[in-house]
Design a protein. Structure first.
Length: 373
């Protein structure tokens, strides 16, 4: 089996981090690492029900950047695992990894892959809506219908016809539409690293936080005039990096640049919380005044904001005027919240604040608010 040459000779950090994962891929190709170690493995964590989700994502990213004509069986097995994940995920959804895997399979123009694509289409509600119908005939409309028409009757065969059309003549995907869609897929499969944004994307896909930090710092340095879109992109990067000061800066930009008052106010609310988290309660209080001014036009606060206001009271000595004002405001707002907003974290913050302020009457009122019906 031919193995792609190493690409460490390039100085790009993106290329270097890719090489590590391409080395793993080559070991899988050579049978040194069993492919089953990347298969779906159920987790007890509902937020991420597959323990091997990220491992597969990294392997598929390596295949994208160093493909071989012998990769189809690997991709087929990996795609079956993506289908299992889609079927098992309690939150449904459609993974970027499933879409990348499907796109990589289209390179082989194998009509038999229509069965896998049909199974993916019916994996859950979100895949039924968002997994492109064109995948089913991506090997070519005529070639795919030749294969399906001659296959034994099955549930998947019926589903294929229901999605794509009862016959090639009735196929609702035209050759022109398929050609345009293929151009879109080729853009998804673009593996060049000719822009900083593409290098950032690779670092994110491979979960290489140290290199991602370097790329993001470089990207920030290149910004000459921030836009709202840039600020939201920065926020996405800084949240991935769990960089508190970076998140604060991003929300400051959004609060300044976004033309929508609702988005500016949301950014200001988030800044209040982040300032508190960063040990800057005075800044949180000052920013809250901007939120209060906007609330006159937008209505009342949600439960998360009221929770934050209680935490603001906790950040000062009980005799401090900001503590008094914050606690009074929170007690006023909590009575206006709908029952669905009265969550456990709010109850905990309210009780702590009442104890901190030594306000027995408020403590009793809080207990009444959270008393079981």
């Amino acid at each position: 089996m031919k193995i792609p040459p190493k690409i460490n000779s390039y100085k790009s950090n993106a290329v270097q981090i890719l090489q590590k994962h391409i080395d793993t891929l080559n070991d899988v190709r050579a049978g040194k690492i069993p492919l089953k170690t990347f298969f779906f493995k159920r987790s007890k964590n509902e937020k991420d029900c597959d323990l091997h989700r990220q491992k597969r994502s990294k392997l598929l990213t390596a295949i994208k950047h160093a493909p071989l004509p012998t990769d189809e069986p690997i991709l087929q097995d990996l795609f079956r695992q993506e289908i299992k994940l889609a079927e098992s995920d309690p939150f449904q959804g459609i993974e970027e990894t499933l879409l990348l895997n499907a796109a990589l399979l289209t390179r082989f123009k194998n009509p038999e892959n229509a069965w896998l694509f049909t199974a993916a289409k019916r994996a859950n509600f979100d895949t039924s809506c968002s997994f492109d119908d064109e995948f089913l005939v991506s090997a070519g409309i005529a070639a795919t219908y030749d294969m399906v028409d001659n296959a034994k009757n099955s549930k998947l065969k019926k589903i294929f016809y229901a999605i794509a059309g009862d016959s090639r003549e009735a196929c609702h995907i035209t050759p022109e539409a398929l050609l345009n869609w293929e151009k879109f897929v080729q853009r998804r499969l673009d593996n060049s690293l000719d822009t900083l944004e593409k290098k950032i994307d690779v670092a994110i896909k491979l979960d290489e936080k140290e290199v991602l930090r370097e790329f993001v710092d470089q990207w920030k340095a290149e910004q000459t005039q921030w836009t709202t879109e840039d600020a939201n992109e920065l926020l996405y990067y800084e949240e991935l990096l769990k960089n508190l000061s970076g998140e604060i800066y991003a929300y400051q930009l959004i609060a300044q640049l976004d033309t929508r008052i609702s988005r500016r106010t949301y950014a200001q609310e988030m800044l209040c919380r982040l300032y508190l988290k960063n040990g800057e309660p005075l800044k949180a209080w000052e920013t809250l005044q901007l939120v209060l001014a906007a609330s006159r036009d937008m209505g009342r606060f949600g439960g998360d904001t009221v929770t934050m206001i209680y935490h603001l009271a906790l950040a000062f000595d009980k005799q401090h005027p900001i503590a008094t004002a914050s606690f009074s405001l929170a007690m006023q707002e909590i009575t206006l919240l709908p029952p669905a907003q009265l969550r456990l974290d709010l109850a905990e913050a309210a009780r702590k604040a009442a104890i901190h302020m030594e306000d027995a009457a408020a403590a009793a009122e809080i207990e009444d608010i959270f008393a079981p019906e």
